[in-house]
Design a protein around this ligand. Structure first.
Ligand SMILES: *Cc1c(COP(=O)(O)O)cnc(C)c1O
Ligand SMILES: [Zn+2]
Length: 441
């Protein structure tokens, strides 16, 4: 069966374009694009037959099916041949049963989907494998650009640089100077990308890279490009698969540019349309209070998001004031009976520390999700018996400065109530024994 997909206008203008076309907005209305699949062709398999196929491929070693993304290739990007795929075997990440942390928060069935357990340390790999593979296909067919480019709050650039290097393709990244962690900064440096640190914020970088792409100097890898979302949508499918195709009650997702929220819904929508599931989980979008344009709009009952200037936050990857996928995320919230909640700096810092004490190692964004979950449980929106998945978007190992500063009580305005600084002692047996007695009695 010939499966296929193409670019179409998100708002429904007429027209369809090949996915290899360097097109980032609708030529008719200037709005967002989406990838539209031929669902009729995909109906050649029943829901259970798709589940069986996806289960057979899960984490196998046959290229490229062991990738959580390419194991679902017919639903993602069917026209990319095996030898064009650029993959690091992304996906297949652990669903951590947060038993102790759930008990503390008052939910009995809490799971954390560790999307940071990935090649470059964040969920961005799920989308980047698709985008870079399609660019490779387009280059083979004659696309002429100097490089693949993105504006980034740190993780997109790390991921793009890794996939670009794996495929031998040139990459340029635009970063807001001083606003990404040192791990995130050194990743594209190590992969040989051209790293431009600009004296602005993410929204300023985004403005410039869009201009470069409009001149066809570069190919745009930001998530306004819907190719990324096709890979990212597999996270929702994979979560359901990990529960033997049962749908959880809630998914909590820390969000900035709102592409991932849209992608999550796309995955669930395809599962429903193709007969794998019969209902959606509810979606809780979690924002940092410092960068909360969606929260402001949603709580005011508005169905469009007005841009703001995002204030500094420890959750640097979501310090975004003008989220490009806002219309897509609003659609997701409506379809999934969603809620939007925010977390302050104090709340997110304490949430990270509390989760770490139960064996997680949370990045500040995941902490925004966990802080928001705590509020939703307290308000009775999330019920104690419900199954909740919090999506962890990046590895805590990328955010060492954040954790060190918390435990040094060096984050302004944050109490660091769980600070656990090291105890420095002379190399003396008695002093060591005293320290153990003092801590553990
Ligand atoms: C990109 C990113 C987000 C936000 O995802 P959006 O799709 O922009 O909403 C959250 N957390 C981390 C760690 C990220 O890298
Ligand atoms: Zn349009």
């Amino acid at each position: 069966m010939a499966y296929s997909c193409e670019l179409r206008c998100f708002s429904g203008c007429d027209g369809a374009w090949p996915v290899t076309r360097p097109l980032y907005t609708c030529p008719k209305c200037g709005g967002l694009l989406q990838v539209a699949h031929d669902l009729e062709a995909l109906r050649d398999r029943s829901g259970p037959a798709w589940m069986k196929l996806f289960d057979e491929r899960y984490r196998v070693s046959t290229w490229p099916y062991g990738s959580g993304v390419w194991g679902k290739r017919e639903w993602v990007m069917p026209q990319v041949p095996d030898d064009i795929v650029v993959s690091t075997y992304e996906g297949g990440s652990n669903l951590f049963w947060a038993e102790r942390h759930g008990r503390e928060l008052g939910v009995r069935d809490l799971w954390v989907k560790l999307c940071g357990q990935s090649h470059s340390g964040s969920f961005k790999d799920l989308g980047m494998t698709v985008l870079v593979s399609v660019v490779r296909l387009a280059l083979r067919d004659g696309l002429a650009v100097k490089a693949i480019a993105c504006a980034s709050t740190g993780d997109t650039s790390a991921s793009l640089a890794a996939y670009g290097a794996a495929a031998g393709l040139p990459v340029v990244v635009l970063l807001p100077k001083g606003k990404v962690s040192s791990a995130q900064l050194v990743q594209p440096i190590a992969h040989g990308a051209l790293v431009l640190g600009l004296d602005t914020d993410f929204d300023g970088c985004m403005h410039l890279v869009k201009q470069l792409a409009a001149e066809n100097l570069v190919y745009l890898a930001n998530s306004m490009n819907p190719l990324r979302l096709e890979g990212q949508k597999t996270v929702g499918i994979e979560i359901v698969q990990q529960f033997d195709w049962q749908v959880p009650d809630w998914i909590v997702l820390p969000s900035g540019n709102l592409g991932n929220a849209a992608a999550l819904y796309q995955g669930f929508r395809m599962m429903k349309e193709l007969g794998l599931i019969s209902r959606y989980p509810r979606l809780a979008v979690a924002q940092a209070e410092a960068a909360n344009p969606l929260y402001r709009a949603w709580t005011a009952g508005l169905r469009s998001v007005a841009p703001i200037t995002a204030a500094p936050t420890q959750a640097t990857a979501i310090q975004i004031g003008n989220p490009v996928s806002a219309p897509r995320a609003l659609q997701a919230l409506e379809a999934m009976n969603g809620v939007v909640e925010q977390a302050s700096e104090e709340e997110l810092c304490e949430a990270a520390a509390r989760a770490d004490r139960t064996g997680l190692y949370t990045c500040p964004h995941t902490a925004v999700g966990l802080a928001v979950l705590q509020k939703l449980v307290a308000r009775g929106v999330v019920q104690p018996h419900e199954r909740v998945i919090c999506i962890s978007t990046a590895s805590g190992l990328k955010f060492t400065e954040f954790k060190v500063r918390y435990h040094e009580r060096a984050i302004e305005g944050v109490r660091s109530s769980l600070a656990n600084p090291p105890v420095f002692l002379p190399p003396d047996y008695g002093a060591v024994v005293d320290a153990i007695r003092e801590r553990f009695g």
